[in-house]
Design a protein around this ligand. Structure first.
Ligand code: GDP
Ligand code: IMO
Ligand code: MG
Length: 453
């Protein structure tokens, strides 16, 4: 029995779904705990590609219970169309559960997200326009609509009659957009409730029972550490808590049941949307990182936007280890680096303004933007890794690269992915039952060297 959190250790799109899919083989329950249809999770099985947005990727294993937890925000229209498409492909929904208390993304959330982005000019976040921020904002404002409301016509109508006129003032006066109709929304959303009813329940109670039946529970993170509302590159973040701590709140379990936290990172770094990205490469290196691995090129699964690409950032990696309490790492897309002559890893930052050098992310306001990477350079291994199935199969240069990442982040690399398919994976050590390491690194946030001023 082990209860495991899989969390993105970078800016999202780390390949979490591939890792979740591998680990789901031995899971009884897979739980999404935050986010909504902003997520785009790709799994490749037997030559078939599946792209999940709301539904846990554990659904690929029939018999595995899949839960959309209370910390999620669910667009029912997107949920129903994703589920219908999966059912058409023969997937089994008999063990799919949706939390009654998850919040609902409404049409006004979608309209406000898009309008707000368009109005921001230079302060744009680059959201996925899936209504995520406005839905979580209403939740915090205690005016949100929850899944349970879709099953109760009186409750839903009462809330809509109160809320929609308020939202119409915002839509019309602030953004010059058409008003939305209580009647039309009510009819559409009560119908969604009817379709979703069979999945809706108290999912926290199910997880609690599963814990006591000593089942294996996998918590599937969406987004990533640097997109976390509290710990990410604020304000260029999402509106939920992708970090490991968010799994407990978002699923409704106590931290005492968690056995293991696995961080997923690419062997390099990507980001979709705006915000600081110290190791971003704007020249042909960035373009090669984006295009290599085609047809699995770096394009956002949800929005189709090209991902910004750059070198692996060990400073942010150490930060992810600290914020999530990572036990080990799964490194994905190693194969993308196969043909590079030289590969760089950012090991520290230099403050462009003060010249101070840091080995952890300094917490001063705006500091992230001023950080210039200090790189360690590796000779490329210039050999294909896609067919490697063990650590010893890997070229010596690739082994050195992985060992270096592990040393820099102070955690073992347990899994290495060398292609999108299930079998294109190397297990270095058991990611779930491996030994517990004590994290130790000091001088956090203090400059390692100060410039002579
Ligand atoms: P997630 O959001 O973290 O689940 O990741 P995405 O699905 O958005 O993006 C990861 C992309 O990389 C997907 O297209 C995967 O199929 C692909 N992928 C995962 N692991 C590997 C790998 O080791 N090598 C290559 N070339 N592609 C991979
Ligand atoms: P997965 O689960 C990568 C980014 C958006 C934007 C910011 C806020 O596939 O890793 P939002 O729509 O959430 O308000 O957008 O967060 N973003 C993601 N980037 N992967 C994701 O999910 C993301 N979900 C949101 O691009 O910068
Ligand atoms: Mg993704």
């Amino acid at each position: 029995m082990a209860n495991v959190i899989v969390v993105g250790a970078q800016f999202g799109d780390e390949g979490k779904a591939k890792v979740t899919d591998l680990l789901s083989k031995n899971a009884d329950v897979v739980v999404r705990y935050q986010g909504g249809s902003n997520a785009g999770h790709t799994v490749v099985v037997d030559g078939e590609t599946y792209k999940f947005h709301l539904i846990p990727s554990g659904i690929l294993y029939s018999g595995t219970m899949c839960i959309l937890g209370p910390g999620m925000v669910i667009d029912p229209k997107a949920f129903i169309s994703e589920l219908d498409a999966l059912k058409k492909r023969g997937l089994d929904d008999s063990k799919l559960k949706v939390s009654a208390t998850a919040h609902v993304t409404m049409p006004y959330h979608l309209a406000i997200d898009a309008a707000e982005e368009d109005s921001r000019g230079g302060r744009k976040i680059g959201t996925t326009k899936r209504g995520i921020g406005p839905t979580y904002a209403d939740k915090c404002d205690r005016i949100g609509i929850r899944i349970e409301d879709l099953l109760d016509p009186d409750a839903l109508l009462g809330k809509l009659e109160w809320l929609v006129p308020k939202k119409n003032i915002i839509l019309e006066r602030l953004y010059n957009l058409p008003q939305q109709s209580v009647d039309a929304i009510f009819k559409e959303y009560i119908e969604y409730g009817r379709k979703m009813q069979r999945y809706v329940c108290d999912t926290s109670a199910i997880i609690f029972e599963s814990v006591h039946e000593r089942k294996n529970i996998l918590f599937e993170g969406a987004q990533g550490t640097l997109l976390d509302l509290d710990h990410g590159s604020y304000p260029y973040v999402t509106s939920s808590s992708p970090c490991a701590g968010g799994a407990c709140i978002g699923a409704g379990v106590g931290p005492t049941i968690i056995d293991r936290v696995i961080g997923v990172s690419k062997a390099f770094q990507t980001r979709v949307g705006e915000g600081p990205f110290p190791t971003e490469q704007f020249d042909e290196v960035g373009e090669r990182l984006r295009q290599t691995g085609t047809p699995w090129a770096e394009v956002g699964v949800t929005t189709g936007r090209p991902r910004r690409c750059g070198w692996f950032d060990a400073v942010l990696g150490r930060y992810a280890v600290r914020i999530n309490g990572l036990d080990c790492l799964a490194i994905t897309k190693l194969d993308v680096l196969d043909e590079f002559d030289e590969i760089q890893v950012c090991v520290a930052y230099k403050d462009r303004k003060t010249g101070d050098v840091y080995n952890d992310l300094p917490s001063m306001a705006g500091a992230f933007w001023r950080m210039e990477p200090i790189y360690e350079t590796f000779q490329g291994w210039k050999k294909q890794t896609v067919d490697c199935r063990s650590y010893s199969d890997l070229p010596a240069g690739a082994q050195r690269y992985l060992d270096f990442i592990s040393e820099q982040l102070h955690v073992p690399v347990a899994l290495v992915s060398v292609g999108p398919k299930r079998d294109q994976t190397i297990v270095i050590e058991d990611p779930i039952h491996g030994p517990k390491r004590v994290l130790s690194y000091s001088n956090l946030q203090a400059p390692v060297t100060r410039s002579a001023k």
